[in-house]
Design a binder for this molecule. Structure first.
Ligand code: FAD
Length: 498
């Protein structure tokens, strides 16, 4: 087996530097050289600030100290997402991270709760999720530091400053031998087999390699422009195609959740960090102009604007084959699903994680690329379905945008998932699934999709036992959460900004 001599990464946004950091970690003493080409003049997209819990897997896998990372990137904690005005105007629900309730004997908590609901119990599902109870109360404690308490089953992610994360990972990767080259790629030369041989920079320098990772963002210089790999367009089920973004100063304590508020023609986010907040309005240009979207966002943000507003156009979908010949596309060059559930950074990690497992040698075996493509496209499709679920289940019909969404036919895979869930709360929970049962249950419940019946196994438990559990556990959880430090206090004492 002949190892690759050299891997070239084209692009140094979040994708480029995550890939470089992971490669440098694994090939520290290895035979493979890594070079990253990026252009400060072109710059990065500059958004991508909300994450999901597996993002911390990346930090831990690289052996990075989490507390130090939070300090250096001015990050804050995220316990889930607060959805406002999605089902109807005025409606609020959470998608919390971690577990919801605890199992009763072998029965899933959710099924017990369904039975309690059918018997008139007044509780909401999210009352039993430690993460949403903490998020709503503005409290925070690391679940690992609170073992044996009711919040041990919560989980969390981070709100991060994208620029500081890229800088942090750049330092990490460069310290482990990654070579960074500044320059604009103006030409890509191919090999006789159609793969990429080298990139040529504006000033004439050439960077050759055996294997290329295309992290050039929406430009998709290698996978799209050079290799012409088709893009599966998902704009028929994801109607938004632009965002206006702005950074503001923080007003009030940072909330430990991403705020995702439905608007007339899309939705708005607010992501508080330690030193500022990120804001954006994701909208559909068919119904709203850039100026109107900008005015709407500016009316709603709190605090002085410190950067922006800027318009970002995007296309949702994924490459037919993310890996073609000796080029693998990771990040926006591979695909994009709108950022409603903040999955893009995780997909970068996931792509890189698969690549490390399927790393080719000099004689790349095409079966590796085929399996990589199957897995990664399945991940993108799963996330697409999860995002589409948030829209197609709305009861809003107050604008043409929401009325049109009611007519959107969901992908067949999502229709099957909804039907299975409605029948008896059954979920397809695969090992590789990004979103597990509590996530699907939270969004289904939040969007008014409740199973017609609970699973009959639950009938083995006396109803009184179930009702008693529901009566007692939510108030106990709320009482316990009230004793925890506020999110702001926790940040100040546990990981103050560096
Ligand atoms: P970019 O940041 O665009 O980087 C591309 C790189 O390629 C740059 O370094 C650029 O200089 C370089 N480059 C391009 N052309 C050339 C050239 N010719 N020569 C040399 N270099 C070149 N993700 C999340 O996980 N959470 C979120 O909350 C989130 N919010 C988002 C909101 C919006 C509106 C959008 C559009 C995306 C969001 N994302 C989010 C996605 C996230 O921003 C991206 O997935 C992530 O930043 C990775 O981007 P990238 O590195 O692929 O591309």
């Amino acid at each position: 087996m002949a190892h690759l001599n050299k891997i070239v990464i084209v692009g140094g946004g979040s994708a480029g530097w995550i890939c470089a950091a992971m490669l440098s970690h694994y090939f520290q003493n290895g035979p493979t050289q890594v070079e990253l080409v990026e252009s400060e003049e072109i710059g990065t997209i500059g958004v991508g600030e909300s994450t999901i819990p597996p993002f911390l897997q990346l930090i831990r896998t690289l052996g990075i100290n989490e507390q130090e990372f939070i300090q250096e990137t001015q990050a804050a904690f995220k316990l889930g997402i607060r959805f406002e005005n999605w089902l109807e105007k005025g409606d609020v629900y959470y998608h919390p991270f971690g577990q919801i309730g605890g199992p009763l004997e072998v029965n899933e908590f959710y099924q017990c709760w369904l039975r309690a609901k059918q018997n008139g119990h007044p509780s909401k599902l999210q009352d039993f999720a430690p993460a949403s109870v903490m998020a709503e109360a503005g409290k925070f404690m690391l679940p690992a530091a609170a073992q044996k308490t009711m919040i041990a089953n919560a989980n969390y992610a981070l709100h991060v400053d994208a620029r500081l994360v890229a800088l942090y990972l750049r330092r990490f990767a460069e310290a482990r031998g990654v070579k960074r080259t500044e320059g604009i790629v103006t030409e890509v030369a191919t090999r006789p087999d159609g793969g990429v041989a080298k990139v040529v920079l504006k000033d004439g320098r050439e960077v050759a390699g055996d294997f290329f990772i295309d992290c050039s963002g929406f430009r998709a210089l290698l996978i799209g422009k050079t290799l012409g790999e088709p893009f599966r367009d998902w704009s028929d089920v994801l109607l938004c195609d632009r965002a206006v973004v702005a950074q503001t100063e923080n007003v009030g304590p940072p909330h430990p959740y991403t705020l995702v508020q439905a608007q007339n023609f899309g939705w708005r986010w607010r992501i508080p960090l330690q030193h500022r907040a990120g804001n954006g309005y994701v909208f559909a240009s068919k119904y709203l102009s850039d100026d109107e979207a900008t005015a709407t966002l500016m009316r709603q943000v709190q605090g002085e604007v410190v950067l922006g507003p800027n318009i970002i156009p995007f296309k949702t979908g994924v490459r037919e084959r993310p890996w073609v010949k000796n080029v693998v596309s990771i990040g926006l060059s591979c695909g994009f699903i709108e950022p409603l559930e903040s999955t893009a950074l995780h997909l970068i990690y996931k792509g890189m994680d698969y690549l490390l497992r399927f790393m080719p040698d000099m004689d790349a075996d095409p079966v590796l690329a085929a399996e990589y493509n199957r897995r990664l496209v399945a991940d993108y499709e799963e996330i697409r379905d999860f995002i589409v679920l948030h829209y197609v289940t709305t009861r809003r019909d107050d604008t043409p945008f929401w009325r049109d969404y009611q007519q959107v036919v969901p992908p067949e895979s999502l229709r099957e998932r909804i039907a299975l869930f409605k029948a008896a709360g059954v979920l397809r929970d695969g090992v590789d699934d990004m979103f597990r049962a509590p996530s699907w249950q939270s969004v289904m419940e939040g969007m008014g999709v409740r199973p017609e019946r609970y699973q009959q196994l639950v009938d083995r438990i006396p109803l009184g036992v179930i009702m008693n559990l529901m009566d007692k556990s939510a108030p106990m959880l709320a009482d316990f959460v009230a004793t925890l430090p506020s999110h702001e206090e926790f940040l100040r004492t546990h990981c103050p900004a560096a």
